[in-house]
Design a protein around this ligand. Structure first.
Ligand SMILES: [Fe+2]
Length: 247
């Protein structure tokens, strides 16, 4: 079984459709933030449902469902969520409300952020290896016997590995294959629709549990068209400009 694991699509239909049409996989799994920021939440949510609808809640889905928390978002993020609310039909909102915080499959688990309190949407960046949220996630994985967690939220692809002495090693992830040993791993899949690692492409991972193989991938997509759609919809210019920069 080869899973295509996508996080932080952020309503970028150009990036999402390019990856789905050009990658080979058996099933698609989504790690949250399918919507927000960019122009096409309707098409992205529709595609999500058409490709199986298996995924977890991100903070932008949570904000769409609970507009009372919008004060916690940046102005650009808030405008993207308000655009989402007016763009998608009520039945999609009903479906969105059923998304779990955490989803376990085989020996791995999906969560948009960390496992201790997923709906608090804490950030653990690659430089935060001593983060208590990260340590808590490894503890929860041990309790449930999960070897791997796939996460997103920071838009920075990276690998957190728990060593035998329980300290954490961090690797920034670049395109390539990683064969897992018996350690536990928290793997950030990066962002499909709003790269922030300086590489303006769609970032994602493939996972084959039988081979214990995680493949980090990035793919070019039509950045110009995605940015133009953002400008057409009257969304913040910065949300379009950053796609060219990958920041
Ligand atoms: Fe995000």
């Amino acid at each position: 079984m080869k899973y295509l694991i996508l996080s932080d699509v952020h309503a970028n239909y150009q990036a999402l459709s390019k990856v789905l049409q050009n990658e080979t996989y058996d099933e698609v799994l989504y790690i949250g933030d399918l919507i927000g920021y960019a122009a096409d939440p309707y098409l992205c949510y529709k595609t999500f449902l058409e490709t199986g609808g298996v995924g977890v809640m991100g903070n932008h889905e949570y904000g769409t469902l609970h507009p009372d928390v919008l004060g916690r978002f940046s102005e650009n993020a808030r405008k993207g969520i308000l655009h989402t609310i007016k763009s998608i039909p009520p039945e999609y909102l009903t479906h969105m409300a059923t998304l779990p915080e955490v989803l376990a499959i085989d020996n791995f688990v999906l969560c948009h952020t960390m496992l201790g309190n997923p709906l608090s949407f804490q950030y653990v960046f690659p430089e935060n290896k001593e983060s208590s949220y990260l340590l808590e996630s490894f503890q929860k994985m041990k309790e449930k016997d999960h070897q791997v967690m796939f996460t997103g939220h920071t838009h920075k692809p990276c690998i957190f590995k728990e060593k035998e002495d329980k300290t954490i090693e961090i690797y920034l992830a670049h395109d390539g294959d990683l064969y897992l040993d018996d350690a536990r791993y928290v793997i950030n899949a990066g962002s499909v629709g709003q790269s922030r690692n300086g590489v303006p492409k769609a970032h994602y991972v493939l996972y084959d549990p039988q081979k214990k193989k995680v493949s980090f991938r990035s793919m070019d997509y039509d950045v110009k068209k995605a940015a133009e759609r953002i400008f057409q919809e009257g969304l913040p210019e910065f949300s379009g400009q950053r796609l060219y920069l990958g920041t």
